[in-house]
Design a binder for this molecule. Sequence first.
Ligand code: GSH
Length: 211
Amino acid sequence: MTQETRSDLELLGANTGNCLRVAVTLEALGLSFRRTSLDLHQGEHNSPRFLALNPFGKVPVLINRRPNGELFILTQSNAILLYLCTIRPDVLLPENDARHRALVMERFFYFLTDVIGPSGDGFYLSQNRYPRGTELLLQRTLDAITASEIFFEDNSFIAGPSFTLADIVALTIVNANSSGIAWDRVPKLRYWFSRVMERDDVSRGLAVFKN
Ligand SMILES: N[C@@H](CCC(=O)N[C@@H](CS)C(=O)NCC(=O)O)C(=O)O
């Protein structure tokens, strides 16, 4: 494991979508954190030291060291995102505008369940050599990305006029599938993607686990 920079927050992970969502969120919230990079190919996520943190043997893991030395550990990427938003409220998730918050959650869950879900299952089938299933789930992922074109008003973000958690969830999976997207069919998505990928916090977050 490679460790960098001291802080009360430590993110253990690798260069995968579930970890990058968290890394971009930490950067977008302006939270300093220590990165611990695990080599999944070397099985570092199955070491006794890591399994003591997350018995499921999966990344990401967030460790929050409290001032009294107590450790608070979270092991699900999307729970980590929501927890981080409570540390810096109203930056990526609206606090007081119930309808805007609901819209952010609607699109946050759209990308998690309708895009990232099939994408993850397709990856699993590809690893287990089911080419037809892999192909079908990739197409389902790309179709759901294409359908997200309806979320955009002119110059807007995924869930309204500001950059939110929904944009972070969307941009990591759109980025991972960018070569398969028929960009000429989704001009609003294309314009949004070019703008979010130019953001410094997004660039820093996407680079966190590039060794
Ligand atoms: N539901 C979990 C999934 C975590 C997950 O599947 N992590 C992958 C990397 S993206 C992993 O650790 N894979 C290693 C393995 O399963 O052996 C989350 O969202 O955090």
